[in-house]
Ligand binder design. Structure first.
Ligand code: 8YV
Length: 316
């Protein structure tokens, strides 16, 4: 049977999950670092069979190597790129994530960023708050958001929910995936660069991890062009961040709306100075309702694995 010392919490997790791990499982908690972590691993590494983690701090290469008897990873979040997916696959360690329950909220966040970025709503709000409007100055005109050609980079569950919302704004939807989706009415492009070239706004909704790292390269940013925008609600790793900073600084693209960054919670300081970028603190799924649903799905996966050795929502 899988008992308390076979389950470990890795990194901070949602409070409901954290409490259930203590109350229902008497689970172990991996110390963040230092000698405590070493001592913990010396004592417990052998007994650990299940790790519960989040999309922010996962079971990375090093940690996974230290857990010889790890059998399953239960991940809070739809993205699980913080865990070493390749090693997990090699060792036949299944991973569960929390798909579907967060799709609407993440897509809503993308739409919020889309509107805020094209219409400069963040800068406009600062303009009111800092008293500039009261001096009689008019806020500069922005860019129309309706009716644009929008490229979705990664037309999965979340990408499709974003596309559906944008259709309501009269937008023409294009996409790039590794392969074309049979039966999709949206225009397919065989590379990110072609997608960027054909559209006014590029929305990143691709999964993170090694396969998509740096996909939005300097070349893709150049194709977005000085009138085009980038929206990213996926993972910072999908975008070449230094190239993005310089493209924004030099007006090589018109603007960006970003919920995710390479080294969260650190945002490149150059971006804090710029008015053509909207910055959010990785809150895509951050509503009471969705986080409760994600927590419930994490705990259902754990319960199911403990009882029957099967995860409910394993990633393929
Ligand atoms: C979470 C996310 O906030 O689901 C994801 O992939 O990025 C977010 O919903 C993140 O996983 C941290 O727990």
């Amino acid at each position: 049977p899988i008992t308390g010392n076979a389950i470990v919490r890795v990194g901070p997790v949602n409070p409901t999950v954290a409490q259930a791990l203590i109350d229902d499982y008497d689970a172990l908690i991996l110390p963040a670092g230092g000698p405590e972590r070493e001592a913990f691993l010396d004592n417990h590494a052998e007994s650990i069979r299940v790790a519960v983690c989040s999309g922010k701090i996962g079971v990375d290469t090093e940690l996974m190597r230290h857990l010889p008897n790890l059998e399953a990873i239960v991940n809070f979040g739809v993205g699980y790129d913080a865990s070493d997916v390749a090693q997990a696959a090699e060792r036949n360690i299944p991973i569960s994530n929390t798909p579907d329950v967060l799709t609407d909220c993440v897509a809503d966040t993308a739409l919020g960023l889309y509107l805020e970025t094209l219409r400069s709503l963040g800068a406009a709000e600062r303009f009111v708050r800092n008293g500039t409007w009261a001096t009689g100055v008019n806020f500069p005109l922005a860019t129309r958001a309706s009716g644009k050609r929008v490229g979705i980079l990664g037309l999965g569950r979340i990408g499709a929910a974003i596309a559906k919302r944008l259709e309501g704004f009269g937008c023409e939807i294009h996409y790039h995936n590794r392969s074309e989706i049979a039966g999709s009415s949206y225009a397919y492009h065989s590379s990110a660069a072609e997608l960027a070239e054909a559209t006014d706004v590029l929305v990143v909704a691709a999964a993170g991890g090694p396969a998509s790292a740096g996909l939005v390269s300097a070349e893709v940013l150049e194709k977005i062009g000085p009138k085009g925008f980038l929206i990213n609600i996926a993972r910072g790793s999908v975008v070449d961040e230094p190239a993005l900073v310089s493209a924004l600084q030099n007006g090589e693209i018109a603007g960006a709306g970003l919920d995710v960054f390479t080294n969260e919670p650190h945002v490149p300081t150059e971006l804090l100075e710029l008015d053509n970028v909207v910055l959010l603190p990785h809150l895509g799924s951050g509503t009471h309702e969705t986080r409760a649903d994600m927590a419930a799905l994490v705990l259902e996966n754990l319960r199911s694995y403990v009882n029957s050795g099967e995860l409910i929502t394993p990633v393929s």
